[in-house]
Design a protein around this ligand. Structure first.
Ligand code: SF4
Length: 214
């Protein structure tokens, strides 16, 4: 599709998503920047509901990053096990807490590249952190966003970094943070990976992959 047509498609998409999901927001709890970042690390291949529960337990035991830094890896693994991928997530969380307490001087950096030096913090999580905490325009391309953008025709790619580039090319920068959340809402409400509800979907008029059952 030509870029000019993709820009028109992006305009239609943004309008329809904004009307359908006016209150769209991040579904991870966000009581402080550093806690949101830890929840972001826990969210890999896990539901936000599960992450919020497990993180709540973790922060009851370790309210501060210094306490998290001092916690043994075995104990951390025991607490975060319900979120899956617990060994690599424990390493990431330990490193994040240590960097926060030392190199970062008790602050979450507003810098995607600095954040990505922490293992387990990829572009998706770094974008989430800088967007939610510092309102720096960045789109979070999770599994829902990737699927929706591919189906409607904004991208022909499936690699998240390429999808992100395609999105950023045609959607206005001011929409990037909210767009990720609205795409997640659409994915959860209508655009299921196996059983999309295309007849009810707010993007059905212009989606190239719509499946009509009417
Ligand atoms: S019309 Fe169907 S395939 Fe297209 S975005 Fe909506 S639910 Fe997904």
């Amino acid at each position: 599709m030509r870029k000019s047509d993709r820009i028109k498609l992006a305009d239609l998409t943004l309008k329809a998503l904004s009307e359908a999901f006016p209150d769209s927001a991040c579904s991870l709890d966000s009581d402080s920047p550093e806690r949101l970042a830890i929840r972001g690390i826990l969210s890999a291949q896990c539901t936000d509901v599960r992450v919020n529960i497990t993180a709540g337990e973790l922060f009851t035991i370790c309210p501060t990053m210094a306490e998290l830094d001092a916690l043994s890896e075995d104990e951390l693994i025991r607490i975060i096990k319900p979120c899956g991928l617990y060994k690599s997530k424990a390493k990431s969380i330990k490193t994040f807490a240590h960097l926060y307490c030392t190199e970062w001087g008790g602050e979450v950096p507003a810098d995607i590249n600095a954040l990505m030096k922490c293992p387990g913090v990829g572009k998706k999580i770094a974008n989430l952190i800088v967007g939610e905490i510092y309102s720096i325009p960045a789109v979070v391309v999770d599994t829902h966003c990737k699927r929706v953008m591919y189906r409607i025709g904004i991208t022909d790619n499936t690699d998240p970094l390429k999808v992100e580039k395609d999105i950023c090319e045609v959607f206005p920068e001011s929409s990037w943070i909210g767009l990720g959340h609205m795409a997640v809402d659409l994915g959860r409400s209508f655009c299921d990976s196996r059983n999309p509800k295309c007849d009810e979907c707010p993007l059905t008029e212009f989606c190239r992959k719509r499946v009509s059952k009417k």
